[in-house]
Write a protein that binds this ligand. Structure first.
Ligand code: ADP
Ligand code: MG
Length: 352
């Protein structure tokens, strides 16, 4: 038995991948989360070669010489640059193996995809992971993975609502009895808030802001409702008139004004999903509340605002950025048990 365990540990490699628009996380069976890096690749346009991946590539954003381009291979949670996605995945799988101190040879992969993506988009994920070396690819929908990750009783006849606010998309879903009862995906998430801040600053201050600066200021002083004393930050961008660098002071109130439209679309979308969910399930959700996951849900004041708007309890998951990958981990640790939760069973599992 010990021998068998040892053998399994060295040679079998089952991994989970949360391939997000902003961040990719990898879980190695029996070990846990071993990698979390930005989904970004820097490519030298002259040679076509990859010069940096992940954290190193993100550090280059806005600082690269003209011939080096930082590319996010995902847009709105789907693969938009297949070759770069594949290269990024091979690199991350190798790094995950280094971190786990084992060679991830032809791993079996559980990967999460957003709800409602097309067959073509799903196939792109499967193919990119296979080309990156995987032996089998099993697919789970993001809200289901998140629900498992935060240990919701997904198999029980009781409805739960999960909202995953990522970089590219927000995935709103109601899950019950091991399936997704109702869901909606919208392109309003962290990246859209960054873009909102950039256009607000351009209109109000006539300054062109880098995306990284917009994200930093959002994280630093951003909030969706007034809380505590006013906050401010100094930001630097390029003056639209003179073309020279210029600094201005921006406040939390500015950020709120910049993002208010997006936030109201988010709230309306949640209401829409609730309105189209069967009444019994809605009453479960009203009683048990809604769980927020994903990095975008960390914006200050969001649970309080949603609680007021929706009149039900809102729980911000303690570690919202890892809920989905932890769920992929739960599935990996018992793939047969959770086989019914997987979608798109192209690589078949042995029967239960
Ligand atoms: P994805 O699953 O799309 O890769 P993540 O769940 O990793 O996305 O979340 C990334 C998003 O979360 C980014 O848009 C980032 O700006 C945002 N984010 C991370 N931390 C915070 C924070 N403290 N406040 C507001 N937004 C945040
Ligand atoms: Mg995500």
């Amino acid at each position: 038995m010990a021998m068998l365990n040892w053998f399994n540990n060295i040679f079998s490699s089952d991994i989970g991948i949360d391939l997000g628009t902003s961040n990719t996380l990898i879980y190695v069976k029996g070990q846990g989360i071993v990698l979390s890096e930005p989904s970004m690749v820097a490519v030298n346009q002259k040679t076509g070669r990859v010069v940096a991946v992940g954290t190193d590539a993100k550090l280059m954003v806005g600082r690269t010489p003209a011939h080096i381009e930082a590319i996010s291979p995902l847009t709105g949670s789907v693969i938009s640059n297949f070759e770069v996605a594949e290269e990024m995945l091979s690199y991350f799988i190798k790094r995950a193996g280094d971190a786990a101190k084992k060679r991830l040879l032809r791993p079996r992969v559980v990967v999460s995809v957003p709800t409602g993506i097309t067959n073509v988009e799903r196939r792109a994920v499967r193919d990119a992971i296979k080309n990156a070396g995987a032996r089998e690819v099993h697919i789970v929908e993001v809200p289901m993975a998140a629900a498992l990750g935060i240990r919701l009783p997904v198999h029980d006849p009781v409805g739960s609502m999960i909202i995953d606010i990522g970089g590219g998309t927000t995935d709103i879903a109601v899950v019950s009895l091991g399936g997704i009862v109702k869901s909606k995906i919208l392109p309003i998430a962290g990246d859209k808030l960054n873009a909102d801040i950039m256009s607000y600053v351009r209109d109000e201050f006539k300054i062109l802001l880098g995306e990284k600066t917009a994200e930093d200021v959002k994280i630093q002083i951003g909030s969706v409702q007034k809380d505590g004393p006013p906050k401010e930050a100094t930001i630097r961008g390029r003056d639209l008139v003179t073309g020279l660098p210029r600094e201005v002071i921006i406040t939390d109130a500015d950020i709120r004004e910049a993002i208010t439209h997006s936030i109201s679309i988010l709230i309306d979308s949640i209401k829409e999903v609730l309105e189209s969910t069967p009444p019994e399930v809605v009453s479960d959700v009203m009683r048990r509340g809604i769980v927020l996951v994903g990095g975008g849900s960390l914006i200050s004041g969001l649970p309080e605002l949603l609680e007021r708007e929706l009149e039900m309890p809102i729980h911000l998951e303690e570690e919202p950025k890892t809920a989905v990958i932890r769920g992929a981990g739960v599935i990996l640790e018992d793939l047969i048990r959770y086989s019914e939760i997987l979608i798109d069973n192209e690589d078949e599992l042995p029967p239960r």
